[in-house]
Ligand binder design. Structure first.
Ligand code: BGC
Length: 382
């Protein structure tokens, strides 16, 4: 109780923070609070692993909102108007922590220590072989059994010119089989131009693979009754990384020209999806090669008039068309999430890089700082 009172005093003395006392689990993700002012609010959202979980709401000057939880660094909703002014969320998500504790397939999560797959759930680094949990057939997927998406992160907020949330997590040496104590920070900001910026940094005390990404599932119509097959996508990638039957990269970098993977010009996702066994679940080799913040992809939807542009410093982009969504889960509005009703654009290093020396290195060494930036920019036309 004492803690609750102290918390209330703190939030009422902090500029921009306008709500936040009490157990505000009913703060729904489907609609934006039209009275909300620019800034960031914090609401209690439950407990996990003996730690307090919060739901943060970032509101920009237009009144558009992104909600993020410190459970898994999860983006639970992103509410903005469509071309007619109607507001709904362009990402899949839940209104309560319990939805996430049931382990949906990484909805909105921060994925780590190694996003995507590591073949045969093992890798050799500096002469030592490290064994990971095989949580995806014989492979390791998205950091293992209890990856960063299932951890409670320490949170702090700021409301300078734009609202920001900073989450920190220290992954212990040996956690999920990975070497080194890894200190990770993810900062989320929402600009008045509807840019959701994700800035990742990390340091380690032993050499380790690292590949951090955000796993938001987008449907620009904001309604999973519609598939994403009519969304148009353009990816700045002349090459992609083909995979074997267990979705492990073969090590080849292949041209997209003349294949269903050619998204160099805006193309409706459904046009050639039937030619790709299982649907798209592939890493694209960005022409930028990574290192500097450059445009990776543009997604548009004529029904809502929304456009989502992706910028990243990463060399790769996993384009996943929600192939394994099967209608058994429901979105925050209660609608069934069926196959191809949402898509992911996960900025990253290439899958299975720890075992593919020909790919850009994902190894972070002591004394170095991992630093990557990804920006999702939302806009609406007519
Ligand atoms: C992977 C998919 C996987 C999904 C959910 C994506 O990043 O590429 O194969 O099913 O995550 O785990």
């Amino acid at each position: 109780m004492k803690r609750l009172m102290l918390y209330c005093v703190l939030i009422f003395t902090t500029p921009f923070v306008i709500t936040g006392c009490g157990n505000n689990a009913g703060n729904t993700t489907t609609t934006a609070d039209s009275t909300a002012k620019k800034g960031i609010t914090k609401a209690a959202w439950g407990n996990y692993d003996g730690k307090e979980v919060f739901l943060f709401t970032l509101t920009n000057a237009k009144g558009n909102q992104v909600k993020i939880s410190n459970y898994g660094g999860t983006v639970t909703s992103w509410v903005a108007p469509d071309k007619s002014g109607a507001k709904n969320s362009i990402v899949l998500g839940y209104d309560s922590l319990s939805g996430y504790l049931a382990h949906p397939p990484y909805f909105g999560a921060t994925v780590g220590r190694y996003g995507n797959r590591i073949g045969n759930a093992q890798f050799t680094l500096e002469g030592k072989t490290y064994k990971l949990a095989a949580n995806n057939g014989k492979n390791s997927l998205h950091g293992g059994l209890k990856g960063f998406d299932k951890q409670v992160w320490d949170a702090s907020t700021a409301s300078d010119s734009i609202p920001s949330l900073t989450l920190k997590y220290t992954s212990k040496d040996g956690e999920e089989g990975f070497p080194g104590n890894l200190s990770v920070t993810v900062q989320y900001t929402l600009s008045d131009d509807d840019e959701l910026k994700l800035e990742y940094s990390a340091t380690t005390d032993k050499a380790t693979p690292i590949n951090l990404t955000n796993h938001s599932y987008f449907n620009l119509t904001g309604d999973v009754s519609n598939t994403i097959l009519n969304h148009k996508l353009q990816i700045n990638a002349d090459n992609y990384t083909p995979v074997d039957t267990s979705l492990i990269t073969t090590g080849v970098i292949a041209p997209v020209k003349g294949t269903p993977f050619d998204f160099t010009t805006p193309t409706a996702i459904g046009t050639r999806i039937d030619l790709v066994k299982g649907g798209y679940d592939h890493n694209f080799v960005l022409n930028s090669k990574g290192g500097t913040l450059q445009q990776a992809a543009t997604l548009t939807d004529s029904v809502s008039g929304r456009k989502l542009e992706v910028f990243t410093t990463e060399p790769g982009l996993q384009f996943y068309t929600g192939n394994f969504l099967d209608g058994s889960l429901t979105n925050h509005d209660g609608k069934a999430i069926k196959q191809h009703t949402a898509l992911c654009m996960e900025t990253q290093h290439f899958p299975d890089s720890p075992n593919k020396p020909q790919f850009p290195s994902c190894i972070l060494k002591p004394g170095e700082t991992y630093h990557t930036v990804t920006v999702y920019k939302l806009s609406v036309g007519q």
